[in-house]
Design a protein. Structure first.
Length: 220
């Protein structure tokens, strides 16, 4: 008999009026590092980084970061890319505990969504790690900086975060670390919102026009 999975519970702010100014909103930007891209198979989560944004100000001093024990070795290519070694993760907590800590961090804010760069990957990582631990998670509302970029500069293509930070003249912080990439994404997000304001997007409802109905791929 198959054992049913428990629900993993978390809370995002759901009752924000659509007329709320973008500068009055709070957001949480998240990034993950993994042993590879096959997270539905053998690859595992090794780091979560996140940072809050309030009034379009990045709250770098209260950023969240934790390594995760993947219970497997980190490939040499990933060590070279991220500088995360087996020594960093051997004594670290397991994925479910860190994901829980992350959502507790999220709940200290009033964010209506999770923000990320190519964030579909990050929420998929959460889904598979929680599934292994016997939990199922309802997909959170997300906002992808790639959607905002394409709304501003439709002809741009690709997904490289560093390239977009250079294009939009925003800080590049600790590349290929979860905390560093979360901070880089947060600064990029703030600049993108400011550019959208110049194009007439001033409210939460306006921003949802760009991002709503995105990322509707099956999430079970």
């Amino acid at each position: 008999m198959l054992r049913s999975r428990s629900k993993f519970r978390y809370t995002l702010e759901e009752d924000i009026p659509l007329s709320t100014s973008l500068r009055e909103l709070s957001f949480v930007v998240v990034d993950t590092e993994t042993t590879g891209f096959q997270v539905e198979k053998d690859d595992r989560l090794i780091e979560i980084g996140a940072v809050g944004i309030e009034h379009l100000q990045v709250k770098e001093e209260t950023a969240f970061q934790s390594y995760i024990n993947p219970h497997r070795s980190i490939p040499a290519t990933i060590e070279q890319l991220t500088s995360i070694t087996n020594d960093h993760v051997d004594e670290a907590p397991v994925a479910k505990e860190v994901i829980q800590d992350f959502f507790q961090f999220v709940e200290t804010t009033s964010t209506p969504c999770l923000v990320g760069h190519n964030i579909g990957f990050d929420v998929t990582v959460f889904k598979h790690e929680l599934k292994r631990a016997g939990y199922k998670i309802k997909k959170p509302k997300v906002m992808d900086t790639l959607d905002l970029i394409h709304a501003i500069r439709p002809l741009l293509s690709g997904k490289d975060l560093e390239e977009y930070a250079e294009i939009f003249h925003t800080p590049l912080v600790g590349r290929h670390t979860a905390k560093g990439d979360a901070l880089t994404t947060a600064y990029l997000f703030c600049e993108l919102v400011k550019q959208l304001e110049k194009r007439g997007y001033h409210t939460w409802g306006d921003l949802l026009q760009i991002t709503d109905f995105k990322h509707k791929r099956k999430f079970l």
